[in-house]
Design a binder for this molecule. Structure first.
Ligand code: 5GP
Ligand code: MG
Ligand code: MG
Length: 197
């Protein structure tokens, strides 16, 4: 049973993707990405978006058999709620110089598309020659910002996500649930009770 005890899964309504399903799909995405990165003349820079993408990033890059650099940025738009503010900010900068490089942005989830649009603009300004987006989950039903990839950039995604607020496999609600090895839907009462005052 999910969500009935006092462990990490307390408050989970149902599981959308199990640990095994995630591992299988991440391997497929990694193989697709690796084939594209091997065709480049120089190593790509894989930029994970902290904190949500940390597990996907770790699982993905170790399955990508191609030369690459890894860096992190932090983008924040949510605070502790379940609705995006619509004005994401980059609150931690890159260490690697991306000028002239092929960049792959690794995200946990593309929802409205605001965060990824903001990151693409930021990386383009830093001179990235192409920008791809590799997201673990894609929620196309909620897209309001139609982001444009740069150069030969491609869009990779693990799963299409239904229009529910999901947690686990790196994704949080109020910084909790990131350590769940699967992705689940939170019981609505877990966050509705927080917005009543
Ligand atoms: P966007 O800017 O595309 O609306 O959303 C970007 C960020 O919001 C995602 O990278 C993710 O961190 C967060 N987000 C969007 N939908 C969900 C969700 O269902 N669950 C969680 N935990 N975070 C989400
Ligand atoms: Mg994110
Ligand atoms: Mg979050």
């Amino acid at each position: 049973m999910v969500g009935g005890g006092d462990g990490a899964d307390a408050g989970i309504d149902r599981v959308l993707w199990t640990e095994a399903e995630i591992a299988a799909r991440v391997s497929e995405v990694a193989a697709e990405l690796a084939a594209d990165l091997r065709a480049l003349r120089e190593p790509a820079v894989v930029v994970g978006v902290a904190t949500g993408a940390f597990l996907f990033l770790a699982d993905l890059v170790r399955r990508v058999d191609a030369p690459l650099a890894v860096d992190l940025v932090r983008a924040e738009s949510y605070g502790d709620g379940t609705e995006s503010s619509g004005r994401p900010r980059i609150t931690s900068d890159l260490k690697v110089d991306v000028a002239g490089k092929h960049v792959v942005v690794v995200e946990d989830i593309v929802d409205t598309g605001n965060t990824v649009s903001c990151l693409i603009a930021y990386l383009e300004k830093k001179g990235a020659s192409s920008i791809s987006v590799c997201t673990f989950l894609d929620k196309p039903a909620r897209r309001t910002a139609n982001f444009q990839l740069v150069g030969d950039g491609k869009f990779y995604r693990g799963f299409e996500c239904p229009d529910s607020f999901v947690v686990g496999y790196g994704m949080d609600y109020a910084e909790l649930y990131r350590n769940l090895p699967y992705v689940g839907v939170l019981k609505a009462e877990m966050y509705k009770k927080d917005t009543s005052n």
